[in-house]
Design a protein around this ligand. Structure first.
Ligand SMILES: [Zn+2]
Length: 277
């Protein structure tokens, strides 16, 4: 038996949503790419049953994400996520703001903080904005004030209508520099074009992290050969339901040629620190 067999995981990247929240092409993609999940759809959108699914895979905490991307994937309202997470302390609701649709982004964010948001997710390539736009800065200021992490999509996406130029990690250089006490987490670590850039930036800024959802874990050491040296910057996420089972990547990560302590940091310790658990 390996010492990591009983290691609990914090999953920093989980999507939920009713069938009617997603556009047809999202369903088409899910049906072909993730048929096992799709067959169990009803079970997975029942909070109690989903929580027992997570527990059976040793997930101790899970960041649950809304999404307001009507031109790309659909709309999973913030309110739905809060309701889904209510009464289940294993689930950590994040909120989202789409800056081009929100009339008063900061006011909205304040409302979600009061409702119990544990962080905010931004979708620049789905919502078509640059993350260093001054119009977004009040959101960063609020997140900092309330010690909440900001998860930001970086790199590619399979969904039509997304524009990758907005997902270039370089724009986070400004944000990380202007808000040195704010935890910024790059979802997908600049997937595709920018692994090296994302990794470089994370070394430059102590408050900028790499979240590895959506990357084949067996390739992590190819993308980031120096991963072990900077292991404090890596955070695990599944991007559920964009994965075979909730723990299929966890098993692969546990078997990477990394020190046991490093694997504990990726799967648990780093996220616990960022989330203030
Ligand atoms: Zn995602």
């Amino acid at each position: 038996m390996n010492n990591l067999d009983n290691l609990k995981t914090i999953d920093f990247h989980i999507h939920i949503g009713l069938k009617e929240h997603w556009h047809e092409w999202v369903h088409t993609y899910q049906k072909s790419a993730h048929s096992e999940y799709y067959k169990r759809y009803e079970e997975m959108i029942d909070p109690k049953r989903f929580v027992s699914y997570l527990k059976s895979h040793q997930i101790e905490k899970a960041v649950i994400l809304p999404e307001i991307s009507p031109i790309v994937t659909g709309v999973v309202p913030n309110e739905y996520v809060f309701e889904f997470c209510h009464g289940n302390d294993i689930l950590l609701p994040f909120c989202t703001i789409n800056p081009s649709l929100a009339s008063q982004p900061a006011q909205e964010f304040k409302k979600y903080i009061k409702m119990g948001a544990k962080g905010i997710k931004l979708y620049p390539s789905y919502n078509h904005f640059y993350p260093n736009d001054s119009e977004i800065y009040p959101l960063y200021a609020l997140a900092k004030e309330n010690q909440l992490p900001v998860l930001i999509h970086t790199g590619s996406s399979v969904f039509k209508g997304s524009k990758i130029k907005y997902a270039d990690p370089i724009y986070l250089d400004d944000v990380a520099a202007d808000f040195p006490e704010l935890s910024l987490i790059m979802a997908h670590s600049g997937r595709g074009l920018w692994y090296e850039k994302a990794f470089f930036l994370s070394r430059l800024h102590s408050n900028l992290y790499l979240e590895i959802s959506g990357l084949p874990p067996k390739n992590l050491l190819n993308y980031f050969p120096d991963m072990e040296k900077y292991i404090d910057k890596f955070v695990y996420g599944s991007d559920w339901p964009g994965i075979r089972t909730i723990s299929s990547n966890i098993e692969i990560i546990k078997n990477l040629p990394l020190a046991e302590d490093s694997i504990r940091k990726i799967l648990y310790g780093n996220a616990a620190r960022i989330l203030g658990l």
